[in-house]
Each structure stands twice: as C-alpha cells, then as structure tokens.
Write a new protein. Structure first.
Length: 165
C-alpha cells in the first residue's frame, strides 16, 4: 500500500481550527477514511485513549456526522465517536469539516453517551439548531448499525497499518 499524506481540518462553531496530519486509507467521491495515530494520551469523558491508539476517521459529504473508530493496534476496539457535523468537503489531499459540538460516544459494551450538548451557544441560528437535533435523532436511531459497519471496515483496514510504524 502506498502511504499518502492527508490533512484533516476541523473547524469549531467558534471559528477555532485544528489540523491533523493523517494517512489516507480509502477515498471515494463522497467519503474518505483516514488514519491518525495518537501521539499522546487523550481523555474523552471516562474513556482513556493511550498514546499510540489508532484512530480511523470516517468522513462523508452526504451525512450529518462523521465518526472516529479508536483501536489498539492488536484490533481491540476502544470506542466509536460520532461528531455531528456539516460543511464536509473532500479533496485529493484533505478533508474539511465543521464540528457542531454535539457528539455521541459508543463504548465496546454498546453503552452510549451524548456529549457536549451544553456547548451549543444560546444564540445559535434556529435552522442550524434544527439540523443538529435532526442529526442527533438520526444517530440515535441508527448508531448500532453504523458502529457494526465501522468496526467491520476498520478491521479490514487494520492490516494495512502494520507498515506505518
């Protein structure tokens, strides 16, 4: 497999931007899968992601969310994390998306937690608030099917990560 650098650009509602240097794993017209190896430990609620955790990022232009699947290199799932998002744009070397604050964390035991709902600003546009609520309902109704599909895809991609150090 040829290693192709791919940049993830995340913009928050307050305009703050973050960039992550990733490796492109799969690319289609309306979706990409990228890989990022955590360079330090991260704490997400009660979930600890150790340094070295593999983070497969799934981005779609036609869905109101994206997802990260976190795994240990030996294929042990740590969790799947959905971000409600919009404005997702893909190019040959980067993905841009806007983080709409509300997130869904699903742990390997199937337990789920909605996060950051309180981060929505009071002055949020009514249309955007309705978009977020509709996306939340869509995820609530479909997250179990989505998690299974994401876990299946990540497991299939995992052997391609062995040479990435």
């Amino acid at each position: 497999m040829n290693v192709k650098a791919y940049l993830e650009i995340k913009e928050k509602l307050n305009g703050e931007r973050q960039q992550f240097a990733c490796v492109l794993m799969e690319q289609e017209v309306d979706q990409v899968v990228v890989l990022y190896r955590l360079e330090r430990f991260w704490q997400i609620e009660r979930l600890t992601l150790p340094k070295g955790t593999l983070s497969f990022g799934y981005f779609w232009t036609d869905k109101p969310y994206n997802a990260y699947h976190w795994l240990q290199p030996e294929d042990q799932s740590i969790g799947v994390y959905f971000n409600i998002s919009d404005q997702t744009r893909l190019s040959h070397d980067q993905v841009y998306w806007r983080d709409l604050s509300v997130d869904l964390l699903v742990t390997p035991d199937g337990v789920y937690h909605w996060l950051d709902v309180e981060e929505l600003p009071d002055h949020l546009d009514v249309g955007l608030r309705q978009y977020i609520l509709a996306a939340r309902k869509q995820l609530q109704n479909n997250y179990q099917i989505l998690v299974k599909e994401i876990e299946r895809r990540s497991s299939a991609l995992l052997p391609n990560t062995l040479h990435l150090g």
